[in-house]
Write a protein that binds this ligand. Sequence first.
Ligand code: NDP
Ligand code: OXD
Length: 319
Amino acid sequence: MPEAKPAIVVALTGWKAEPWVARFRALLPGRTILTQAECGAERPARYHLFCWKPSAEVLAATPYPLLIASAGAGVDHILRAKPPAGVPISRVVDPDLTGRMVEYVVLHALMHLRRMPEAAMHQRARRWKGSPMPAAREVTVGLLGIGVLGQAAAAGLAALGFRVIGWSRTARGSLAFETHAGEAGLGPFLAQTDILVSLLPSTPETRGLIGTTVFRALHRDGAFGPPVFINAGRGDTVREDELIVALGDGTLRAASLDVFTTEPLPEASPLWGMETVILTPHNAADSTPDAVVAGAVAEIHRFEAGLPLKNLIDPKRGY
Ligand code: NDP
Ligand code: OXD
């Protein structure tokens, strides 16, 4: 008799498991699919783990999973909980999720180009007041992170006429826009940037990277005036106390924030009350079980066929 295929264990913190389990059942008929609650400490002899924000206990339970599939594009939520060494980790790369992130970035770049936070304040005060607005072509959007999401966002922004530049860890010379890399490239990149968009992963190198020094280095004397910050990458790449100061003292004119150091954002955070800040609850690019599970199942098939994974991450690099 052929050996049974490995089971799937679904461990999702803060999300309802049912639609994800149902999608796995539909795509992998005949497989054992279990939620973390169903298997508790008892693990199947061979299984893959599909997870979002797994606890250290979930990752340390033995036997170890064969493959860990992230339910998101980021994997910081897995690496933080110290997965067993040597188990491959795959992440989400999916056109549905990418399209949603492009919508978010383009929407918020336009909101700030058209000074919508100010317009909302004037509306609340029943005040008929406009401000000068540059054209998109006079404004440079600087993307911190030009991987899958950054490159797609760049194309969306360029289609609207924005000038786009990007910054990455390694040199990305072949893209259709100006790029800078590494520590040495950060200064020249920031000096040209009016709207700073972060799509960085959370890694040991990026945590706490964005703060006063970065905000003060942005371009501020062009047609756009004081710069704006948009964060849809990860909250802990930002020094949130320094962001609050920069928004308060005018170093930054406004911000759109989807991700935070602590999520949900604590009720006491001053960010809630800032009129120049547009907050969203980490849903810049939610994706559906349909799209995400199909990607995870494709990786499982590749793994079981002994083929290289398409979306394998490097735990040393952190993304
Ligand atoms: P990729 O891995 O494709 O791209 C990551 C980019 O960040 C690359 O350009 C990489 O550089 C750059 N980078 C990483 N470390 C550094 C560093 N130390 N210095 C400079 N650049 C660095 O990831 P994605 O584009 O798919 O996703 C990016 C992040 O977006 C995810 O990790 C996740 O945190 C976040 N996300 C947020 C969502 C939301 O709803 N808010 C939804 C989905 C993702 P290089 O090109 O040299 O590798
Ligand atoms: C992700 C996210 O990583 O939703 O996909 O943040």
